[in-house]
Design a protein around this ligand. Sequence first.
Ligand SMILES: [Mg+2]
Length: 374
Amino acid sequence: MKLLSLRMHHLRMPLVSPFTTSFMTQTHKRCFLVEAELEIADGRVVTGWGENVALDRPYYSAEYLDGSADVVARWIAPLLFAVDVLTAETVGHHLRAIVGNPMAKAAVEMAVLDAQLRAEGRSFASYLGAVARAVPSGVSVGIQDSVEATVRAVGGYVDEGYARIKLKIRPGADLAHVAAVRREFGDDLPFQVDANAAYTLVDAAHLQRLDDFGLLLIEQPLGEADLRQHAQLAGQLRTPICLDESVVSAESAVDAIALGAAAIINVKPGRVGGYLEARRIHDIARAHGIAVWCGGMLETGVGRAANTALAALPGFTLPGDISGSDRFFADDIVTAPIRMHDGVVDVPTGPGFGVEVDRERLERYRTAVVDVGV
Ligand SMILES: [Mg+2]
């Protein structure tokens, strides 16, 4: 394929309710979609879509939205426009000189992959080797102002039928909230917590108290760079440690596993440079007997559909943060957003990521369009 054009659609979409993590509160989703036109061997022009998941500030990762957009426009696009025979599988190779910026790379690789699969009339799930037609749907519950509000929020999602609850925690909003959820909903509720790097190894004794609540896992208690300290903490907790922010590539997944820093890995394609690297991490983890699950970055319908297919691979043995679109958005930018039913979401079967961008809705939430020249 030959890359003909690359357009970035910057969006600002209201969330149905504020979403608070240990590092920020979001009331709107800001992101950009990549729309790429590629000419395939028979002369047809095919359009593919990708989504950039960077947050608007560098609090989750060093990469942030405006910087990521700049990298796509100034550095990624020129490298790919210069390639005569481009495939989704070679995007990473052509971008190898660019250090970091995995979310920028992932968004563009996604668009090329979507176009390639659409040209072949093949679904992303089929391409990956997915083995499930539907995947269990977990929900991520943000930090609430009070224990009562946490119980109320969790209760709403339990009533909706979500297969697993994940609660965001931070120092000062952890043990009491977790205890109340267990008390209210019982020991059988699949329940886990995510600290988004809010603790240090000094907090080990405090975190040990979470062991009483039978959690599936504690996600990223310590800092992104603290692999060795996560391994030390793992020796002090019964609750399995799952890494998110620390796993930025297949190499770092290997290091985390070898060090004993992760019993479980949260796979987020944007964080690791794309869906192909995400699949490699799945393969590596599976070969080591390490469970993975698919995380979320409040994706729009495009990324949400792609995540659902990824989570249908056989090593994704824990429910992911793949909630229905309506958990975050009253109105999504695809014609048929992912919906949760009976605790699962269905894996899309259409060509590419299997969703169609609704141009009218896209324009409703669009703040800027950037055409990147050849
Ligand atoms: Mg996380």
